[in-house]
Write a protein that binds this ligand. Structure first.
Ligand code: NAD
Length: 271
């Protein structure tokens, strides 16, 4: 399993993780247990997903040493003014004594508390309770302000990113500033994108499914990816993406699929 180095001293993140948005609270433990059995070693949850308890139970019950599983959770929008308390609540729901990566879920510019929240997250990081801290859904403007007003550069920015919404400007900004790009909805939520004829061609060429082609594209661009499925066969398929390589032409064909079309909310207005 490939890992990438975060800008935080020596911390590595498995490049392929398992996302659990919209996995029901009573399904999460089983889903994450299956993911860990398949070989995933990185789980992406959030306070807002309502399933941290199940995620924590699966991690603790897996028999794997804690340091072998990378756990991410996120600070919700209404908690920007109480980030430390919210972090402790997440930790307690997860049943863990530290988190590998703590992300601010959205900047919520209208609320204008993200610098304050980030400073609290820096403290959590300095105290060793999160091994790394980062953000999600930050724009170039919000990231620039954070870097100007705070002490620590976010290790990662988790953003909507898939072949229909390729976010070139964000990716270049991240690269220039030593921030890893993490793709949410890496499969464009499945329907539509995975039926695109351009992916069918590549799927036939490589004898791989469209989902595997898309995940491979992300990996080769250096993105962290966190595809979600609760179907064990698809979870296995999404994990089996290290045994083939897309060539320059294949990468360009996917590069040409960009439609600049978001599925999710716009970070400048989402609250
Ligand atoms: P995704 O792109 O991972 O798509 C998931 C959907 O694609 C599944 O529900 C299923 O319908 C389909 N699918 C999955 N594997 C497939 C396969 N092999 N073949 C065919 N169809 C398949 O979308 P997502 O769940 O929105 O995003 C993944 C993760 O990203 C989430 O679980 C969550 O952890 C994270 N996320 C974060 C934010 C954020 O604001 N930070 C927002 C959305 C999602």
């Amino acid at each position: 399993m490939n890992s990438l180095m975060l800008n935080t001293d020596g911390v590595q993140i498995p490049q392929l993780g398992y996302g659990v948005w919209q996995v029901a609270a009573d399904e999460a433990e089983q889903a994450v247990r299956t993911a860990l059995e398949i070989g995933y070693r990185h789980v992406d949850t959030a306070a807002a997903y309502g399933n941290e308890e199940g995620v924590g139970r699966a991690v603790l019950g897996s028999g794997l040493p804690r340091e072998r599983v990378f756990v991410t959770t996120k600070l919700w929008n209404s908690d920007h003014g109480r980030a430390e308390e919210a972090f402790d609540e997440s930790l307690s729901r997860l049943g863990l004594d530290h988190i590998d990566l703590f992300l601010m879920h959205w900047p919520v510019p209208e609320q204008d508390k993200y610098v304050q929240a980030w400073k609290a997250m820096e403290k959590i990081y300095r105290d060793g309770r999160a091994r790394a801290i980062g953000v999600s859904n930050f724009t170039v403007g919000a990231l620039t302000r954070l870097m100007n007003e705070a002490g620590i550069t976010p290790s990662i920015n988790q953003i909507e990113l898939h072949p229909y919404f390729q976010q070139r400007e964000m990716r270049e900004f991240h690269e220039a500033n030593g921030i890893l790009t993490e793709a949410w909805s890496p499969l464009g939520q499945g329907k539509g994108l995975l039926d695109d004829p351009a992916l069918t061609v590549l799927s036939e060429k490589h004898g791989r499914t469209p989902a595997q082609i898309v995940l491979r594209w992300h990996l080769q661009l250096g993105h962290v990816v966190i595809p979600k499925s609760v179907t064990p066969s698809r979870m296995g398929e999404n994990f089996d993406v290290f045994g083939f390589i897309l060539d320059t032409e294949d990468m360009a064909a996917i590069g040409a699929m960009n439609r600049n079309r978001r599925i999710g909310p716009d970070p400048d207005t989402f609250n």
